[in-house]
Design a protein around this ligand. Structure first.
Ligand code: ATP
Length: 373
């Protein structure tokens, strides 16, 4: 029997509740498809930080590196200053393991109406570059009309350092932030998107760009993406301005497959798609890299409903299915996906509270496990 070691970081708020249900689904799929999971639970999050002052120690990173993947609930709590846990845990994990892809599938389900009439099913995946663009943290506010700030950013692929300098005359209050894209950064995410589309039996990848208005940064993106697309001669690249893409998505959301996005556009486009396909409780995401990949729901810790049982665990369950596909347990992943789909289609009044039904978190998890059989 195949066995996997999974780092499980339930975290804060509803994180423990929803990942518990996801774990149940994975274990049930394992029993059915003959694989076993060793769950290695980590305590990091608000309570641990408040008790010990520790966010995420390097020793834990070394241990996690030996795992096959990570399932994460949510990190953040009203009792901890915003940013401490996000930077100290989430971003630390993403950068340490160079998780350069944020994968956000969007799928419509029977029983979860799309707010826009569609002729077919929405079945898209946003492949969002996760390390570059306007998320490099390079920028400054002008003090007295001047910016003169050194910067240094380390990424797995490179280090970039320099000085941001500008003089405003007259010296109005102003701010500047820099977007950076690099050839190797674009190459790896583009290859990932094309291979993903190929695996889904699709012939096209859509790139969300904006080279007409931001020609230096996104003109470079277009050029480099086109070059890498040439490695896939039987497939095509459609470059679309992100504004036009959003307009199309709002009118015909079922007409896209894999959508490749630079970091900022990916953040926005994936939320638009998740709004069209059922909202936060169904939004699953993966942070993928060549080292440890981490699967976490799109929603946060939702402290307002933590402990009430009202949390919808389906996003976490979908994350678990993505995680299984990532480690090569495709049948297990499919089984969970089908179980979730069939539960939603038949649940009626017993759908999750978040979707207007009466089923509490554990009841939803149990119903999915029952469908797994
Ligand atoms: P954080 O600061 O950790 O991001 P947050 O409350 O600001 O937490 P989210 O957790 O993303 O942001 O959620 C926003 C709101 O959506 C929550 O207050 C909650 O009411 C609702 N919500 C989020 N996730 C779920 C879920 N899985 N099931 C039901 N409701 C949810």
């Amino acid at each position: 029997m195949k066995s996997y070691k999974i780092a499980w970081l339930p975290g804060d708020g509803i994180g423990p509740e929803v990942t518990e249900e996801a774990r149940k689904a994975v274990d049930a799929a394992g029993a059915k498809h003959e694989f076993k999971i060793e769950w290695v639970r980590y305590p990091f999050g608000a309570a641990h930080y408040q008790r010990t002052g520790e966010t995420l120690p390097d020793s834990a990173l070394a241990e996690m590196a030996l795992c096959d993947a990570m399932l994460l609930g949510a990190v953040g709590a009203p009792s901890v200053k915003p940013g401490i846990l996000e930077r100290g845990i989430l971003l630390k994990l993403r950068f340490h393991f160079d998780q350069y892809i944020n994968l956000r599938p969007a799928l419509t389900y029977k029983g979860v109406p799309c707010p826009i009439p569609t002729s077919g099913r929405i079945d898209s995946v946003v492949v969002r570059e996760n390390t570059e663009d306007f998320y490099m943290g390079v920028g400054a506010a002008a003090e007295g009309g001047n910016i003169n700030t050194p910067f240094e950013v380390k990424r797995e692929l490179y280090k970039v350092s320099g000085r941001l300098s500008a003089a405003f005359s007259p010296g109005h209050a102003a701010a500047a932030q820099v977007g950076i894209l690099t050839r190797p950064g674009i190459e790896r995410v583009t290859r990932y998107a094309f291979n993903l589309a190929k695996g889904r039996g699709e012939k096209e990848v859509t790139l969300a760009s904006k080279a007409n208005a931001v020609p230096i940064l996104y003109g470079f993106l277009d050029e480099e993406t086109r070059r890498v697309a040439g490695e896939f001669p039987d497939m095509s690249l459609k470059i679309q301005n992100v504004d036009a893409l959003c307009c199309h998505l709002a009118r015909k959301p079922d007409s896209y497959g894999v959508i490749l996005c630079p970091n900022l556009f990916g953040d926005i486009v994936s939320d638009l798609l998740s709004g069209l396909t059922g909202g936060l409780g169904l939004g699953a995401g993966g942070n993928i890299g060549d080292k440890l990949s981490m699967f976490e729901p799109v929603h946060g810790s939702a402290p307002d409903i933590a402990g009430t049982g009202k949390a919808n665990p389906l996003a976490a369950v979908l994350c678990a299915a993505m995680m299984l596909a990532h480690i090569g347990e495709n049948e297990g992943a499919q089984t969970i996906g089908q179980a979730l789909e069939s539960y939603l289609a038949e649940s009626g009044a017993k759908r999750p509270v978040e979707l207007g039904g009466s089923a509490l978190c554990m009841e939803v998890g149990d119903a999915v496990v029952k469908k797994i059989g």
